[in-house]
Ligand binder design. Structure first.
Ligand SMILES: [Zn+2]
Length: 227
């Protein structure tokens, strides 16, 4: 896998900044608010003016992987999420609950070609709390953060890489938050095998962190973690 050169890195930072600038008032912000993530602490984006090579991500929510370091290293990668009305709206014109979305013929999430999986929201590793959450998805780490639980996300269960593990060493407890489905539960179990400080938290059938926080509130979520 070739590493990004300096010019590619600075192009990525410029694209993430442009998308972040186009986020306020955008359909992406509306979508996030609809998922209970209107108070987003992270910097998300909206692709109204795609950077060169990003044309296929037009009108997507942009999820930059900001790093604590700045400069050309400020963004590890960007992922994109389809928020198209046609995909989310039911045939009768009403909206599907967002946890039942279907995106026929295309992936709900798209990554940049050739970019390996990264951990999202790595600045949460530096918050100094004795605990940390590890969520299955990138918007789930946001939901946990809104509940004042520092959280790092993976871009899905298949994107875990064992070289991520050392980043979690030293925390008293790492809450492994997979989705409430077989893949999510397998993810949490795998994390417990791999990380000696991990504890699997099952949020219930059909729940992911964002849906749980949205339906039951931040306090119930913290209570579920025993905080
Ligand atoms: Zn779609």
């Amino acid at each position: 896998m070739p590493k990004l050169n300096e010019s590619q890195k600075s192009d990525l930072v410029a694209a993430a900044k442009r998308y972040a600038a186009n986020y306020p008032g955008s359909p992406a912000q509306t979508y996030m608010a609809h998922r209970g993530l209107g108070a987003a602490l992270n910097r998300y984006g909206y692709v109204s003016e795609p950077a060169v090579g990003h044309e296929r991500y037009r009108n997507h929510l942009a999820i930059p992987y900001w790093r604590p370091a700045g400069g050309i290293h400020a963004v590890a990668t960007i992922r994109f999420r389809c928020i198209s009305d046609e995909c989310v709206r039911k045939p009768d014109g009403s909206y599907r609950p967002v946890h039942q979305e279907r995106h026929e013929g295309h992936g709900k999430y798209l990554g940049l070609p050739g970019h390996p999986p990264h951990l999202h929201n790595t600045s949460a590793l530096l918050t100094g709390t004795p605990y940390l959450a590890l969520t299955e998805g990138e918007t789930d780490d946001e939901a946990a953060s809104i509940a004042d639980v520092p959280a790092v996300g993976t871009p899905g269960v298949a994107s875990w890489r064992d070289h991520f593990a050392p980043a979690f060493a030293g925390f008293e407890v790492v809450f492994a938050l997979g989705d409430g489905d077989p893949a999510g539960r397998a993810f949490a179990t795998r994390m417990c095998e791999l990380l000696p400080n991990a504890v699997a938290i099952d949020l219930g059938d059909g729940y992911d962190t964002s849906r749980y926080v949205q339906e039951f509130g931040p306090d119930a979520f913290r209570e579920r973690l025993g905080l």
